[in-house]
Design a protein around this ligand. Structure first.
Ligand SMILES: Nc1ncnc2c1ncn2[C@@H]1O[C@H](COP(=O)(O)OP(=O)(O)O)[C@@H](O)[C@H]1O
Ligand SMILES: [Mg+2]
Length: 381
């Protein structure tokens, strides 16, 4: 799957842009604050229907305008598909953040929901902030896991939403109900549902972690020339080991809730379940979050992202589109070389932003297209 063309109008700092893209490698070069990340965000927005950068998508409309328009033509299985996305402010109010945004998605001229896009088109983003997958709080790792799994397994997304809805009801009872006996009675209504959905999430995450572990381990060995072995393990607060038995997970979940009922009432929160889980990454046996250097952590994330490409390819039959924002400068020459070699060998359509063209040798330059970005305009090199 690859972009053939992109057009942007009044999007971020691009007033008007129209580009023909390379099916394999596209490099965006430019100084700081010229629009490199904006362009990557825009391309991703076209295939995802939402921004990976902001929740306030109104911000993507070029300042002073009432709407933005994004268009992409994508080739998938030898078919050209056109996606058009418009972001429009319902009214132009004094207070920008009070404006309602109307987002319209069209696939081949038919209005569609975001879910239709997500089913058809896949993308993997790797940006500097993703270092937090290793260093950050557990919530960020859960978010990473949930996003990755949802992308290849739509049922997971459905169950995840249901789980959080049930959890919300349950926490509400714990927070609001005063009568202790009533709390316990009411919890009993929600527990079976929480356990059922929650156990499914735990099991799926364990399987996913094991799978990505095998792939990431191999990539990581290659990138580090066999110097580093990584290992990922899922940490459930319900299970001792990474069990793949749904009946056992169910049972353990139920036991934990029963054992800690008093404590939950006292603390007024649901203390066990996948919403409190985490995963750890080890490099040569040491926890990467505590002992890994920034470069090592970055490389782990790269290995995870490359694994994600493979998992999507396995599921969909085609590689997703790969977006690499500002990550070249943080990898040493060997690692950069490996990465670019892999992208060109596998013919994954990739968009790379960089301040410096020197990170790409002449051989690579011949394999793709290089665009220079200056103040929201493209200068073809
Ligand atoms: N809605 C917007 N309208 C106009 N300009 C914007 C908008 N959003 C961001 N920008 C501009 O885009 C610039 C950042 O572009 P970005 O793509 O992040 O830079 P870089 O090339 O360093 O990746 C900011 O300096 C800002 O001026
Ligand atoms: Mg940037």
């Amino acid at each position: 799957m690859y972009f053939k063309k992109v057009r942007l109008k009044n999007y971020r700092n691009f007033e008007k842009l129209s580009l023909e893209l390379d099916s394999n490698l596209n490099i965006f070069i430019g100084n700081n604050a010229q629009g490199k990340t904006n362009l990557l965000e825009g391309l991703n927005l076209i295939i995802k229907g939402s921004s990976y950068r902001t929740k306030e998508e109104k911000e993507a409309i070029k300042w002073g305008n009432e709407g933005a328009y994004l268009f992409g033509e994508i080739n998938k299985d030898n078919e050209n598909i056109q996606i058009a996305l418009s972001l429009a402010l319902e009214k132009k109010l004094e207070d920008f953040y009070k404006n309602k945004l109307i987002k319209t998605i069209k696939i081949n001229q038919n209005i569609q929901k975001k879910a239709a896009l997500n089913k058809e088109f896949k993308g993997v983003v790797f940006c500097p902030e993703h270092l937090q997958i290793i260093k950050g709080a557990p919530a960020l790792r859960r978010k990473f896991l949930d996003e990755q799994i949802s992308q290849i397994y739509p049922l997971y997304y459905k169950y995840l939403s249901e789980y959080y809805r049930i959890l919300g009801h349950r926490n509400n009872i714990l927070k609001k109900e005063i009568n202790q006996k009533k709390i316990k009675e009411k919890l009993l209504v929600w527990d079976p549902r929480l356990i059922e959905r929650g156990s499914f999430l735990i099991l799926t995450r364990i399987k996913f972690i094991k799978k990505i572990n095998r792939l990431a381990h191999k990539f990581h060995q290659k990138i580090t020339k066999e110097k580093e072995n990584i290992e990922l393990t899922y940490q459930s607060n319900i299970l001792k080991d990474q069990e793949e038995n749904i009946f056992l997970i169910n049972k353990e979940f139920k036991d934990r809730l029963e054992e800690h009922r008093e404590k939950e009432v006292e603390q007024r929160a649901t203390l066990f379940g996948p919403h409190r889980d985490d995963f750890s990454v080890y490099i040569n046996g040491f926890n990467a979050a505590s002992y890994g250097s920034q470069g090592q952590q970055r490389t782990v994330v790269l290995s995870l992202k490359l694994s994600e490409l493979e998992l999507i390819k396995e599921k969909e039959g085609v590689y997703p589109i790969f977006f690499l924002d500002d990550v070249m400068s943080e990898l040493d020459e060997d690692r950069r070389h490996f990465l670019l070699g892999l992208i060109t060998e596998k013919k994954v359509q990739t968009f790379i932003t960089s301040i410096n063209l020197d990170y790409f040798n002449s051989n690579i330059k011949e394999k793709g297209r290089i665009f220079k970005i200056e103040e929201g305009k493209i200068i073809n090199l």
